[in-house]
Design a protein around this ligand. Structure first.
Ligand SMILES: Nc1ncnc2c1ncn2[C@@H]1O[C@H](COP(=O)(O)OP(=O)(O)OP(=O)(O)O)[C@@H](O)[C@H]1O
Ligand SMILES: [Mg+2]
Length: 440
């Protein structure tokens, strides 16, 4: 007979198992709870760590931002040009001074090959690329560069390789100074010294020549008066008189050029001065029977009045117009214009005198303002030297653009504001006045 457990026994066993199961369940639940709590604590800890790391990162980014701003403002406030390139020779940094000196715009050149900026300079290979190629620095190299607009500039550059913390080259940086103004001043000073010496010498020679010259002209005229028109000697006498007249013109121009002058300043209308000039030009055209010259006036009358020496300016404008006429023996256009100008240095009136004549050869264009430089048979070569002297006395600037067989344009910038009293030009010539007056 099979013994069946009593209901009581079964109930007891089931109770014991259930109690054990609950116990185990409770244990697991507690462990789970503990693990959950630990996990929660860890998450909180990580959250705190992350918040701390974030704050540190934010701090670093802020520091980096202000460092970048500081470096950028440092770069923009220095007067030297700075250009940096990466290993491929592409521009990675360019400051404001470099933009100004090289006449480029940052947004156009960032990331482009630096050779593009210096394509007309350094024999085609930029100093920066040379430094990268030869793996060497260049210190204080003085060189001539040509901007992409064709402007010639003298700069002094130092190029250094950029290294990372492991001493690997990662690019190169060039720091350069614009020396053009200093060079121009030096040249002007040299030529002013030369002119001062020349002026003193010319004045003394002119004085020695002028008196006997007047005598020769007078006596020749007397000789000619006594000779018959049919006498072949009459022609010879005429030649003497023509020659002495020419020589007298040269000597007079030399004196005008050599003599110091004080400006007789008046508020004057520039278009008025130009109109008077053109009256004399028209007379000259008539006298010399020059055909087919058309004169065009383009005045900007909104800005017309200037404190200047009207007579001296008239003389300068006349010399320029006469040159223009002489460059168009078979006719052409003479355009005379005025307009306002304004740049970093000054503002004022620009006078332009343009012709469609034979132009000036490239090889001689830099010499045309030199005294005695002429390509004309009967020229003295003092016309433009006098123009230059008059423009400089007004603190102005003259420039020229010319193309052979197309024509020439002279631009004269006359500033509205200029301090004539403290002008060094005046005092230079004041000293000279004393020197020259001893000879006259
Ligand atoms: N508008 C022009 N077109 C072409 N060549 C010019 C022009 N103006 C000046 N030149 C050149 O510059 C030179 C110097 O000019 P500058 O007026 O000083 O002397 P010049 O005209 O030769 O003699 P002068 O003393 O009689 O004026 C000229 O001989 C000429 O070669
Ligand atoms: Mg002339």
């Amino acid at each position: 007979m099979i013994e069946t457990p009593s209901i009581n026994k079964l109930a007891m066993k089931w109770d014991t198992d259930l109690t054990a199961a609950f116990h185990t369940f409770n244990q697991y639940t507690r462990r789970l709870e503990e693990s959950y709590n630990q996990l929660q604590n860890r998450v909180k800890e990580i959250d705190r760590e992350m918040a701390l790391a974030n704050a540190r990162l934010k701090d670093k980014v802020q520091q980096l931002d202000s460092l970048t701003i500081y470096l950028n403002s440092l770069l923009s406030s220095i007067h030297s040009g700075v250009i940096a390139v990466n290993l491929e020779g592409k521009v990675s940094t360019i400051n404001m001074a470099a933009e100004k000196i090289l006449k480029v715009i940052k947004s156009n050149v960032m990331g482009t090959r630096v050779g593009e900026i210096f394509k007309n300079s350094d024999g085609g290979t930029s100093l920066l690329l040379l430094a990268l190629e030869k793996k060497k620095n260049f210190i204080d190299v003085e060189r001539k560069i040509v901007t992409n607009q064709g402007m010639v500039k003298w700069v002094e550059s130092s190029v250094s390789l950029i290294k990372d913390t492991s001493e690997n080259t990662i690019g190169a940086v060039e720091v350069f100074r614009d020396l053009s103004e200093i060079r121009e001043l030096e040249t002007r000073l040299r030529s002013a010294d030369k002119l001062a010496a020349l002026g003193a010498m010319a004045a003394s020679i002119a004085h020695e020549i002028r008196n006997p010259l007047n005598g020769i002209e007078g006596f020749s005229a007397l000789l000619g008066r006594d000779l018959d028109d049919s006498d072949p000697r009459k022609k010879l006498v005429k030649n003497i008189i023509h020659g002495t007249k020419n020589l007298n013109k040269t000597v007079t121009e030399l004196l005008v050029f050599a003599r110091p002058f004080r400006l007789n300043l008046k508020n004057s209308s520039i278009s008025g001065i130009l109109d008077k000039t053109l009256f004399f030009v028209t007379e000259e055209i008539k006298q010399k029977s020059i055909q087919n010259v058309i004169i065009r006036k383009e005045y900007d009358l909104d800005i017309d009045s200037l404190k200047c020496d009207p007579e001296k300016l008239q003389q300068a404008f006349l010399n320029l117009c006469l040159n223009a006429i002489q460059s168009m023996p078979s006719g052409g256009n003479l355009i005379v214009f005025t307009r306002s100008f304004g740049n970093d240095e000054s503002e004022g009136i620009q006078v332009g005198i343009m012709d469609t004549g034979m132009g000036i050869k490239k090889e001689v264009v830099h010499k045309i303002f030199d005294p005695f430089f002429t390509t004309k048979q009967e020229g003295t070569g003092l016309g433009l030297a006098i123009v230059n002297k008059i423009v400089e006395a007004h603190n102005g600037k003259i420039s020229v653009e010319s193309q052979e067989n197309k024509g020439t344009s002279f631009y004269i910038n006359l500033p509205v504001k200029c301090n004539y009293e403290s002008d060094t030009f005046g005092s230079r010539w004041e000293n000279n006045e004393f020197l020259i007056s001893q000879y006259l």
